[in-house]
Design a protein around this ligand. Structure first.
Ligand code: ATP
Ligand code: MG
Length: 344
């Protein structure tokens, strides 16, 4: 029942990140669409085989809030991971194409992520470690699921050195070297929720960017060029235009935060320093009024002290989640209404 690479016919690019690229594929043997991620792993054969062994845990990860797993294999210099194709894409893509996400949908995103995190932790003792909008996926059934969690220690070790630049959802304690806990994932969730609800990444350079905040840059501003006065690392939330969402275009967006460009390194350190030293961001926007329950929820996620930060259980019991009137049918309607969701 294991999926092999030769069973797969390539259909389309779904996107690319720092460590890999994802393709929509047709599984000839099973007659269904899947997503194949190729991760560049520059390691010796024994390590690559160890990674495949460790990824087997994903066979036992069965939850409505976790993207389904079908198999993995080695392809040249890559580790291939075959998973469920989510036909509405990642929430960062959705946000890029459609602008800020309605706050009641964001509430359902929060609930799905928390249930996924609790499943991983309670059943498998796994901490996700990389919660961010690109790792939260949706489909046109109205399901929301998380992917790309840290199941394989060897895989984490093998790719850790190849990318540094996207650690911006990282909690203050992690930046300062404390080990990962489920509370670090809660912080990353809080940052992600602000980004989804406002259409923009919440951290701004404290000196220069606050001026430009007059025109709270929700979705309309997304299609404008980045403010040239901002340091490169802070242009990240400005995303390419609708027509421009090929993996390549995405890559060039990411290039803005990658290290190795020499002069950009300081800006990333500034951002990390900002997260550690400044007050946590809040769910506010000049353009919209968010419900108080949502603001309180995000405040609970973003206590800089992990001991005081809310736990997933507490957050699931909060009013924003328990009081939601959004039905599965509403969520499906939202997913179906998204631009570009019919292409899969
Ligand atoms: P990073 O490499 O910094 O973690 P990323 O999460 O965007 O960024 P990938 O995990 O390689 O990078 O994913 C690239 C893109 O592929 C995602 O942004 C998403 O749009 C798309 N994608 C990933 N997995 C799936 C899937 N199972 N179904 C549909 N689209 C997917
Ligand atoms: Mg990802």
């Amino acid at each position: 029942d294991l999926v092999k690479d030769e069973d797969l016919e390539i259909l389309a690019d779904l996107g690319a990140g720092n460590g890999g690229s994802v393709t929509k594929v047709w599984n000839k043997k099973r007659g269904c669409i899947m997503a194949r991620k190729l991760i560049l792993v520059d390691a010796k054969p024994s390590v690559r085989k160890q990674i495949l062994r460790e990824l087997q845990i994903m066979n036992d990860c069965n939850s409505p809030y976790i993207v389904g797993y079908y198999g993995c294999f080695l392809v040249e210099v890559h580790v291939g991971v075959v998973m469920e194709a989510m036909d509405a894409g990642s929430l960062d893509d959705i946000c890029r194409k459609n602008g800020a996400i309605p706050i009641n949908v964001v509430g359902k995103v929060a609930e799905a992520v928390l249930r996924g995190l609790m499943y991983l932790y309670d059943v498998h003792r796994i901490i996700h470690r990389d919660i961010k909008p690109s790792n939260i996926l949706a489909n046109t059934k109205g399901e929301i699921k998380i992917c790309d969690f840290g199941v394989s220690g060897e895989l984490i070790n093998s790719i850790a050195n190849t990318f540094v630049g996207t650690s911006t959802y990282m909690s203050p304690e992690r930046i300062q070297g404390a080990p990962y806990t489920i509370k670090s994932d809660v912080w990353s969730l809080g940052i992600s929720l602000i980004e989804l609800a406002t259409g923009r990444f919440p951290f701004q350079d404290s000196n220069e960017a606050t001026d430009s905040e007059g025109e709270d840059s929700d979705e309309e501003e997304q299609t404008h060029d980045p403010d040239p006065t901002l340091p490169v690392s802070f242009r990240r939330p400005q995303l390419p235009e609708k027509s421009n969402t090929t993996p390549k275009a995405k890559k060039s967006k990411k290039a803005g935060v990658s290290l190795g460009g020499g002069g950009h390194t300081m800006s990333i350190l500034d951002l990390l320093q900002h997260i550690v030293n400044e007050p946590a961001p809040r769910l506010v926007s000049r353009k919209r009024k968010f419900p108080e329950e949502a603001q309180l929820f995000v405040e609970g996620c973003l206590d800089k002290d992990p001991a005081k930060r809310s736990s997933p259980q507490e957050l699931l019991a909060s009013e924003w989640i328990t009081g939601s009137t959004m039905t599965p049918a509403d969520l499906q309607e939202w997913a179906k209404s998204l631009a570009g969701s019919t292409e899969t």
